[in-house]
Design a protein around this ligand. Structure first.
Ligand code: HAM
Length: 469
């Protein structure tokens, strides 16, 4: 610093130090904090182990069953969903995040991905590829529904779609993938299944259903009266208590299936029997999207009885959060979207909901999902140890070792506490002396025995020790 003349220094008045109030006593307004947008939720690190496991389970199943990963944009033309899911469905009529883009086009955040897959299949000429084309995806969907436990406005799905295969074996395979996802996670589930036949069969059934419900109009809730004209199949979805006796006596879709649809459904059920997958025939299961035909199914946690004990309806009795996943055939979708006639089917698993069910199941059964597992813990003492330690850590990472560490802690005691909590078998300690000697101390956490090892040999020594346990 250059020397200043004494006189000058003297003449510089020290600015009066402002008396600062302690932060807590400050009367100044705090900066605005932001709440989550309604229906959105953060996925925090404490839940990472669940999300990671779900992703890897889906990824492993996709690899085994040979589904190729596809990513479609979150933003699509609104018309894509209006045409495929259909007007009159809740998703299209009430739940779309649709808006006008800057160029005036109508776009929306995807409420589901099957329509996007159909678009991508057509756009990229996938019908030229060997059939079936099997695709899987993982990502957020958006529905402006009324939020409640397990129902969000942004939620994740893992989806699997098979295009170009009409054989009932494909239906069984898709259900098997869904079932295995939960089996691999350790969540007991049941499948609710139904057939809604071909379009023509369904139209005849709808007529019958409407005639029946018209004759019972006086007993129906207001919503069902509206559904009668708007979307009669949704009558079978009604949860209102007063409508249940009417629903229980309603004509069943299965009685309106033609010989082809009937044979297809029988074969699917035979496959499920062979696979030992538990299922309930659910006559009221129609699914909320228009593109389905023949097989439709949903996955429910098997935590509650699958059948209504009152025997009035065969509707699954489930927790508040509803189906964990669902899907079915959509043999007309690709053609309806402007492509060549291509049979298709698929399913999507709701990941947020599945994790909730998984946690509930684990809590009830005192099960724990393992988080990150470390091979060793690294404890450093002092500035130099951090500097050398970071380099050593990085070399151990390259060597494939999983090392726990916390450079925010300086005392050996607190670092050993963390190591204890992580239940690592060995701790590597690096103090000032070890930095100078280019050594480390390896401590066996079970016996308490410590060994001084050359830094260059630490990796090999640790690996040998880990192999022995
Ligand atoms: P979906 O039944 O509408 O089917 O949704 C599948 C799963 O996504 C549901 O079973 C549920 O677990 C989850 N899900 C739906 N809405 C919400 C929400 N608001 N909050 C949390 N989770 C939710 C489809 O999306 C079809 N695209 C499935 C499919 C694929 N069909 C054929 N291929």
């Amino acid at each position: 610093m250059p020397k200043l003349k004494k006189k000058f220094v003297k003449s510089v008045k020290k600015p009066e130090a402002k008396k600062s109030k302690p932060a807590s006593a400050s009367s100044e307004p705090k900066a605005k904090t932001y709440a989550l947008v309604r229906g959105m939720h953060d996925i925090l690190p404490r839940d990472e182990k669940y999300w990671k496991k779900c992703f890897h389970t889906a990824e492993d199943l996709a690899a085994f069953f040979q589904f190729g990963r596809i990513e479609t944009p979150l933003l699509e033309e609104t018309g894509l969903f209006v045409r495929s899911l259909g007007r009159g469905t809740d998703v299209v009529d009430k739940e779309m995040y649709a808006f006008e883009d800057k160029d005036g086009s109508r776009v929306c955040l995807r409420p589901e991905a099957t329509a996007s897959i159909a678009r991508a299949f057509i756009n990229s000429g996938m019908w030229n590829a060997p059939q079936p084309v099997k695709l899987w995806y993982w990502g957020p969907m958006f529905r402006h529904d009324r939020p409640q436990a397990g129902r969000y406005r942004q939620f994740f799905q893992a989806g699997f779609e098979v295009l170009g295969m009409a054989d009932p074996a494909a239906d069984a395979e898709i259900i098997l993938v869904a079932f295995n996802f939960y089996k691999d996670l350790g969540i007991p589930v049941e499948i609710s299944i139904n057939s809604i036949g071909s379009l023509a069969e369904r139209d005849r059934y709808k007529e019958e259903l409407v005639n029946y419900y018209r004759s019972k109009r006086g007993y129906l809730c207001a919503e069902c009266k509206a559904r009668l004209n708007r979307n009669p199949l949704r009558l079978l979805d009604c949860k209102e208590k007063d409508c249940q006796p009417v629903k229980a006596e309603a004509p069943k879709m299965i009685d309106w299936l033609g010989p082809e649809s009937s044979a297809h459904f029988t074969k699917v059920l035979e496959y499920l029997d062979e696979l030992g997958i538990p299922y309930n025939l659910c006559h009221t299961l129609v699914r909320g999207l228009d593109y389905y035909n023949n097989t439709v199914f949903e996955v429910y946690p098997a935590l509650t009885p699958a059948l209504n004990t009152e025997g009035k309806t065969d509707e699954p009795v489930v927790g508040q959060q509803g189906a964990l996943g669902g899907g079915g055939r959509y043999d007309g979708l690709i053609e309806q979207m402007g492509g060549r006639a291509t049979p298709g089917l698929g399913m999507a698993l709701g990941i947020d909901r599945s994790i909730l069910a998984w946690k509930q199941h684990n809590e009830a059964n005192k099960l724990v999902v393992a988080g990150n597992k470390f091979d060793i813990y690294f404890a450093q003492l002092g500035e130099d140890s951090k500097r050398v330690g970071l380099r050593l850590l990085d070399s151990w990472r390259l060597a494939g070792l999983k090392v726990g560490f916390n450079f925010g802690k300086n005392s050996l005691k607190s670092q050993m506490e963390i190591a204890n909590n992580l239940k690592v078998p060995f701790v590597i300690i690096l103090g000032q002396k070890e930095v100078q000697d280019q050594t480390v101390i390896i401590r066996d956490m079970e016996s308490g025995v410590q060994e001084v090892v050359d830094q260059k040999k630490a990796e090999a020594t640790i690996k040998k020790k880990l192999e022995k346990i």
